[in-house]
Design a protein around this ligand. Structure first.
Ligand SMILES: [Ca+2]
Length: 441
């Protein structure tokens, strides 16, 4: 407690200096130059730094400045301490809008073929490092497992995927990236809520302004990459030192992830998914999102590759997931798969976490490899496929270049009509078959 008090006293002095500096700027309109008195030969003094009506030094971007003035006033009205509002928002210069938009558009979990993402996620290095981290933190994991529902390998996989087990937590300023988005109107409410969450965490002594200078480009913080509002809602001070320190305390970060997944309904003792062996001649149209019990899947020829630890799962419901159509491994997904998606809503992310966790638990690699020779359709090719299917009377809906359920279903009908494997998977070969049939028709 003494250390904390001292830190706050220091922070108070620092804040006082910042405020004093701002006041000087505001009043005099230019920086004082006490040691370089002006002479006739001196260059003219620098132009005064513009100050916004809200009292912030201008960022040079009028849209950002005006958003900040309004948001600062709004934040103060929610009961945040004025010095915290200023510490969080002062000095921010917006991230260039195009750079930020590109970061969103290029998220690997959405743009890579799912198997490329899964393969790079479950790399030998990540498996080796994860097993070493599990061993080095065995007592922490045992305590966290006793308190929360997910097994240690799932939490270790989240740790590995989010921050390379704490090694890479980001160097962006969370207030800056969140404010940049809010100012241009990109998910404004979401980003403003996160900024207020940062202010709240600083106000109640959970974190310091400085700690938020280590964040991801999206404003997520710490070894398990939580958004600030999630730190408030789900974060845990596992070592009981009074701080939810997801940045430097692995136990706090892992317990927070354990609590998060538990809160979203992780079912203890159930798998996230298991690989499913598909028999020859299987009707792939079963992979349409329907849920059947494991016993029912077995009855139609699917063989789950079930680790002994999950022996008694015949009564559980599962969905057949065919990420690479008939060209790669198939999975039976259980409820816990959808709980992982609460962490990051991409099938590829949840798949990667699950596969990495399985390896960290010492389970064998997939029995069926991922395809290496399949080329994904370009958006234009996807449009051509949709046009061809529509021409043939297999309605793929709007020609938008996005392969969703509708396009896959239409492709399955085409495949069935040609006695092809009806997996609805859009390969270049399948595009050619559709185009040829459409021309011939
Ligand atoms: Ca702590």
């Amino acid at each position: 407690m003494k250390v904390r008090t001292w830190k706050w006293a220091t922070a108070g002095i620092a804040l006082g200096l910042v405020v004093a500096a701002c006041a000087t700027t505001k009043v005099s309109g230019s920086r004082p130059h006490p040691q370089t008195p002006a002479t006739a030969e001196s260059p003219p003094p620098p132009a005064p730094e513009p100050v916004t009506p809200g009292g912030f030094a201008s960022s040079g971007n009028s849209q950002f400045d005006s958003w900040r003035d309004n948001f600062a006033a709004k934040s103060a009205m929610t009961g945040r301490k004025p010095e915290t509002v200023r510490a969080v928002l002062d000095g921010l210069v917006p991230v260039e809008a195009t750079a930020q938009a590109q970061s969103f558009d290029n998220q690997a979990e959405f743009v890579k073929p799912i198997w490329d993402y899964a393969k790079s996620a479950v790399s030998p290095t990540r498996i080796t490092n994860g097993q070493a981290k599990l061993a080095a933190n065995a007592d922490t994991f045992t305590a966290i497992e006793a308190a929360y529902a997910p097994p240690r390998e799932i939490l270790a996989a989240v740790w590995g995927m989010e921050s390379a087990y704490g090694a890479v937590i980001g160097n962006e300023d969370a207030p800056r990236v969140l404010a940049s988005q809010a100012a241009v109107g990109r998910r404004k409410d979401f980003n403003e809520i996160e900024l207020v969450a940062i202010m709240r965490l600083i106000d109640d002594g959970s974190a310091t302004r400085e700690q938020f200078r280590k964040a991801s480009w999206a404003g997520a913080i710490g070894q398990t990459q939580f958004m600030p509002s999630s730190v408030i809602q789900y974060g845990k001070d596992f070592d009981g030192d009074g701080h939810k320190d997801l940045w430097t305390n692995a136990g706090d970060a892992l317990a927070s992830a354990g609590n998060y997944l538990t809160s979203f309904g992780w079912k203890k003792g159930q798998p996230w998914a298991v690989e499913a062996a598909i028999p020859t001649g299987f009707d792939y149209s079963y992979g349409d999102g329907r849920k059947l019990t494991v016993a029912a899947w077995k009855a139609i020829g699917i063989t789950p590759v079930m680790p002994a630890v999950f022996a008694d799962t015949d009564i559980l419901s599962a969905e057949l997931f065919l990420p690479a159509g008939s060209y790669g491994p198939a999975f039976l997904l259980f409820d816990n798969f959808y709980v992982i998606k609460k962490y990051n809503n991409a099938d590829s992310y949840a798949l990667a976490i699950g596969l990495l966790a399985d390896r960290l638990a010492g389970r064998p690699d997939l029995t069926r490899p991922w395809p290496t020779d399949i080329q994904m359709l370009t958006p234009q090719q996807a449009k051509d496929l949709q046009t061809g299917l529509n021409t043939l009377g297999f309605s793929a809906g709007t020609v938008d270049g996005i392969i969703g359920r509708g396009t896959r279903g239409a492709l399955q009908k085409f495949q069935k009509s040609k006695s092809l494997t009806a997996d609805g998977f859009p390969t270049v070969a399948m595009l050619t078959a559709v185009m040829d049939a459409a021309k011939a028709g």
